[in-house]
Write a protein of this length. Structure first.
Length: 199
């Protein structure tokens, strides 16, 4: 049975944990570097990206997560998690922000969809890859809460979903990002997709 960790610092930790259990994998909470041992995947939930970034460094997790990734750990960032995984973070005014993991070649803008009051739910078409030589696309519910926008993606990054022509999900190698919150719905498709990435 695969073991997948959920970063237990801030955000929708319990929701991701519950989704993983429903998918039939062993879920563990990750709060210190020793919690990274034995897991094949790590979910970095939404929350406040600056706060999560500071706490990662305070808990000694920042470099340990990078090290684990280089050793084969798959990582999925939702919302704030996506911001932390991006190579470049900007505000709407173009000002570049704090240092982050920089593991995915995308540029992302924080809170680009507005404040908490501007949160919304919609439906998007998600590219789940290929099975039996056929492309699999599925419409899934997507909840956006103070969501960032992926402004651009590098040539080795595959865009998985868009909303109104804006990139909202992307993958490259063992890194997956979604600017929306799949854990806030009953649809487990994106969690199952990530689990498949975890070898």
């Amino acid at each position: 049975m695969k073991t997948i960790g959920v970063l237990d610092i801030q955000g929708s930790v319990e929701e991701h944990f519950g989704c993983l259990e429903k998918c039939g994998v062993r879920a563990v909470l990750v709060k210190k570097s020793s919690d990274l041992k034995g897991i094949s995947g790590l979910i970095i939930p939404g929350g406040e990206s600056t706060t999560i970034g500071k706490l990662l460094k305070r808990f000694g997790l920042f470099e340990e997560i990078i090290k684990a990734y280089r050793n084969g750990l798959a990582i999925w960032g939702t919302c704030a998690g996506a911001i932390l995984l991006a190579k470049k973070i900007t505000e709407d005014n173009g000002k570049e922000l704090v240092k982050n993991f920089g593991l995915l070649d995308v540029e992302i803008s924080r809170n680009a969809y507005g404040r908490q009051i501007d949160s919304f739910e919609t439906e998007i078409k998600f590219d789940f890859g290929e099975k039996n030589f056929r492309k699999i696309y599925k419409k899934i519910p997507a909840v956006f809460i103070r969501a960032p926008k992926i402004l651009s993606a590098g040539k080795n990054v595959k865009v998985l979903a868009k909303y109104e022509n804006e990139i909202v999900a992307a993958v490259s190698g063992k890194i997956l990002v979604t600017t929306f919150h799949p854990e806030m719905t009953d649809d487990l498709s994106v969690h199952e997709f990530f689990i498949e990435m975890c070898k």
